[in-house]
Write a protein that binds this ligand. Structure first.
Ligand code: HEM
Length: 461
């Protein structure tokens, strides 16, 4: 390896029988965890520390020296210290000439400094090649071997330096994306500061829907009963309203919102006659958070299932049941006086569809996990997420329809002329299922398949 000028070959090629030595500046959590992972991947590790004799426990097999000594032992140095300590690099600039410095630092908040940390480092040590990267890895992920397939970003001015770091990252099981020159460093440093960016839209929709349906049903059920019948049933807010309204309704609407953008996208492609034009930004954003949308919906479905099974142990439920029986005994009659077979079919069907839908929903959630989804072929994954996904939506929608089958035409259902929650929540899933049916029509399906295979309708001039 050349000492002057940045000319690097893959780090482990030249090593021979001795493990390639890599240097880490910083003996904090991140430095220690990175060292451990590098040692387990077959590299030798040398730490550079301000206090080499009292820097606390380090991974077994690692050496520790002063910064200057450690810098001389390797051509690649991971900088795991805070930006405030970068000045120490200027004191040993001659040792860093031609070396690759990997800047793993992050800041506490955005825009703390006028320039990115990596740009600042490059300015302090112009004779070295600074590569910004691996800063999205946490000490926890490094320690617990949670690196397989994880994507990391790199940027820097020297292609060879980036290649050397990328080679090493690949050996750790990471997937590398080159983000270009050091001007991308600020973007990379801002990544770890993002708070659940893909979850924001699904969570906002969930909160919005929950609030809307909660107040809608609060007025329709509790306030209506109080105003019209002087019946005080506010206790229903805790269990009945949550289970009748918020959880199942939000789960069903959000499940359908996972499949709606796919249908809209298909109609866009049919209309434009090409797959090569970008979708509008709102549709792109929506498509990108479908997995999170589905997982939030699954969370609500789980709550609905749990709440459903506690219904029989509620005091109000048992009281209603027992007083009904006592009334029947007192009046010497059963209500209705015959066993209603249709009613029995209805309840059994809607409960079993609920359970089946829930089972498929859990299956969808499991296959969306990277560890499970990654073990499936593309065809298997597509089959589960698309075919089984639509089947789940169909079954859960049927569960809702059968639940309300004998109430749709009953005038008393429409309190203050408003439809109940389960009717409102069936609108979006029904629309999605109808759109899907249209897309399955042989003529539509044929046209869409051709477009997705690259065929383009020529535009009139
Ligand atoms: C309503 C059971 C899964 C959506 C109900 C009700 C029961 C029930 C007993 C009537 C609630 C009441 O009157 O208080 C079950 C069981 C399930 C299950 C046992 C599986 C273990 C699901 C799933 C979804 C769903 C996966 C949708 C994603 C609905 C809807 C209603 C409902 C929309 C109507 C809510 C309303 O009254 O407005 N379910 N369900 N259910 N369920 Fe399920």
């Amino acid at each position: 390896m050349k000492q002057n000028g940045i000319s690097l070959h893959p780090l482990d090629v030249a090593a021979g029988p001795e493990p390639e030595l890599l240097c880490i500046f910083g003996t904090g959590d991140l430095g220690r965890s990175l060292g451990l992972r590098l040692l387990q991947s077959g590299y030798g590790v040398v730490y550079g520390s301000r206090r080499p004799n009292s820097c606390g426990p380090l991974p077994q097999g690692a050496q520790v020296m002063t910064h200057a000594e450690a810098a001389q032992s390797s051509n690649l140095i991971f900088i795991c210290v805070h930006r405030e300590h970068y000045e120490l690099l200027t004191t040993m600039e001659h040792h860093l000439k031609g070396k690759v410095l990997v800047d793993l630092s992050n800041n506490l908040k955005k825009g703390m400094y006028p320039e990115a940390n990596a740009v600042y480092m490059q300015r302090l040590v112009p004779s070295a090649a600074v590569v910004k990267g691996l800063n999205t890895l946490s000490a926890w992920a490094l320690q617990n071997e949670l690196l397989a397939g994880k994507q990391v970003f790199l940027c820097g001015e020297s292609g060879e330096a980036k290649q050397a770091v990328a080679h090493l990252a690949t050996k750790l099981g990471l997937t590398v994306l080159d983000k270009g020159s050091l001007s991308a460093a600020r973007e990379l440093e801002d990544f770890p500061l993002k708070l659940f960016p893909e979850w924001r839209l699904p969570l906002s929709i969930a909160v919005g829907l929950s609030a809307f349906f909660f107040f809608y049903l609060l007025i329709r059920d509790v306030i209506y009963a109080y105003v019209e019948k002087k019946n005080e049933i506010s206790y229903r807010i805790m269990v009945a309203l949550a289970n009748k309204v918020v959880f199942p309704i939000v789960a069903l609407v959000m499940l359908s919102l996972c499949y709606l953008p796919g249908a809209i996208a298909a109609f866009f492609q049919l209309y434009r006659g090409t797959k090569y034009r970008r979708f509008p930004n709102w549709l792109d954003r929506w498509m990108l958070c479908r997995k999170q949308m589905g997982l939030v919906a699954l969370g609500f479905a789980v709550l609905h299932a749990i709440y459903t099974f506690i219904i029989p142990i509620r005091y109000s439920f048992r009281h209603k049941l027992i007083s009904g029986v006592v009334d029947e005994v007192k009046n010497n009659k059963t209500t209705p006086s015959y066993f209603d077979n249709t009613e029995a079919w209805g309840t059994d069907s809607f409960i079993s569809l609920g359970i089946l839908g829930f089972f498929l929903f859990v299956l969808l959630g499991l296959t969306s996990l990277p560890s499970v989804g990654g073990s499936l072929s593309w065809r298997e994954f597509n089959f589960i997420q698309s075919k089984l996904g639509h089947l789940t939506l169909f079954i859960c929608t049927a569960h809702g329809y059968i639940y309300g089958w004998n109430k749709f035409l009953r005038p008393s259902t429409y309190k203050w002329y408003t439809p109940p929650g389960y009717m409102l929540c069936l609108i979006v899933p029904s629309v999605v299922l109808v759109l899907k049916l249209l897309l399955l029509l042989p003529c539509v399906d044929r046209a869409l398949t051709r477009i997705r295979q690259g065929w383009e309708r020529t535009q009139p001039k």
